[in-house]
Design a protein around this ligand. Structure first.
Ligand SMILES: Nc1ncnc2c1ncn2[C@@H]1O[C@H](COP(=O)(O)OP(=O)(O)O)[C@@H](O)[C@H]1O
Ligand SMILES: N[C@@H](CCC(=O)OP(=O)(O)O)C(=O)O
Length: 373
């Protein structure tokens, strides 16, 4: 897999707060400078790079003289509002030295959950890349209250990789990669160089953030790897404090931890259904429908639906639950809740008799249905 990295044209690179700041909380200008130089080099070699940069809250803390990570939302928002401007100022200045233009792209969960806004963000990113600009993405922490937050930039970077059809996601952290346990707590921990599949055994290895500055630690990085894998995108975690780390990953050198992608790269719309969208309700299906969807990639017909819950309308994304109640897929429904209650368990040929009209034979068409891994 790694030898193919030299041919990848579009990359998403995520850089964590710990890489961008000193222990004092002030920006590590030397480190940011070398990151910018490496990104500039990648763009000079003809690649398109989207940088997902943390650091707004950390930089704001440094500027406002806060020693502790803000705990209340307004305080976090204030720190991010101060810090984000500072981050962009530095990036703009340093990238300009290499003749590159940057653009600030701030997203919240809602921008990926709403299909129209998702497509808008996607179009804007593509246009920026066509202009040769380096988009610098962060969560819009200043306006993002809890309900609309993604909460961590590891997840955000995986979403952005899917949104932008990237070929590779690189996460630069303050550690070489995923270890057999948290090396801060266990000096005998060993680096895992490749993860083929994210099994429960792999999930157990991950601990939380190592310091007061980081968010999420390995837990959110493994979540990001899961999203990237289901999008068919490989992900590498590597040490962002080591000069040349990006160059080594892109050259295919063995470094950090590589998370292998899933076998299939689903279409962009299915990627959004699986991970981006807001879920408005769920339906439970019988064993036959479960197998038809999972094994044969079929559409979901009303005859296989045994129950429907939640408040959803035509066009909403809903969860599809197995007979055991586990979510195994998501899809855009053609019928709203009340209609589904009436037509569940019935043949598609009966829909018109029951409802007085029939717009679709399927409850969810297979083009609008994404099986979750
Ligand atoms: N199994 C593990 N392998 C490596 N690091 C781990 C593990 N479990 C927990 N960690 C912690 O995760 C930290 C990296 O995440 P985080 O602090 O959120 O930084 P970032 O700013 O790069 O997102 C490491 O410094 C380490 O302390
Ligand atoms: N959006 C926040 C960063 C959130 C986050 O995930 O931080 P980190 O674990 O340092 O990548 C900020 O800019 O401060």
């Amino acid at each position: 897999m790694r030898e193919k990295f030299t041919d990848i044209n579009r990359l998403v690179i995520k850089v964590g707060t710990r890489v961008l700041t000193h222990e004092t909380g002030k920006l590590n200008l030397h480190r940011i400078e070398s990151l910018v130089r490496e990104v500039a080099d990648l763009t000079n070699s003809g690649r398109e790079v989207i940088l997902v940069s943390s650091g707004a809250v950390g930089a704001g803390m440094g500027k406002l003289g806060l020693n502790e990570k803000p705990k209340t939302i307004p305080e976090k928002q204030a720190a991010a509002a101060v810090g984000q401007g500072l981050m962009m100022h530095i990036y703009e200045k340093l990238f300009a030295e290499y003749g590159l233009v940057v653009a600030q792209v701030l997203l919240t969960r809602e921008d990926v959950a709403d299909r129209r806004r998702y497509l808008n963000a996607r179009n804007a990113l593509f246009r920026l890349l066509q202009f040769g600009v380096v988009p610098i993405v962060n969560e819009n922490d200043t306006i993002a209250i809890e309900e609309i937050r993604l909460g961590d930039n590891d997840t955000l970077s995986a979403m952005v990789a899917g949104l932008a059809d990237a070929g590779l996601l690189i996460i630069l952290s303050d550690i070489e990669g995923l270890y057999t346990s948290n090396p801060r707590e266990n000096s005998a921990a060993q680096l895992i160089s490749e993860v083929e599949e994210i099994t429960p055994e792999i999930e157990i290895l991950a601990g939380g953030a190592g310091t007061k500055m980081g968010t999420g630690g390995m837990v959110t990085k493994i979540q990001a790897a899961r999203i990237a894998a289901s999008f068919g995108i490989p992900m590498v975690i590597t040490h962002g404090k080591k000069t040349g780390a990006l160059r080594r990953v892109v050259a295919g050198d063995p470094c950090g931890t590589l998370f292998l992608p899933g076998e299939h790269k689903p279409a962009a719309k299915k990627r959004w259904i699986a991970f981006g969208s807001n879920i408005k309700g769920s339906i439970t299906v019988d064993q036959g429908a479960y197998e038809a969807v999972i094994k044969h990639g079929r559409s979901l017909l009303p005859i296989g639906v045994v129950d429907a819950q939640g408040e959803f309308h035509t066009g909403n994304v809903i969860s599809i639950l197995s007979p055991q109640g586990d979510e195994f897929a998501r899809g855009i429904t053609n019928y709203h809740l009340e209609e589904l209650i009436k037509i569940k368990g019935k043949n598609s040929s009966d829909i018109e008799n029951i409802l007085g009209y029939k717009d679709f034979d399927e409850v969810i068409h297979r083009d609008n249905l994404a099986v979750r891994v």
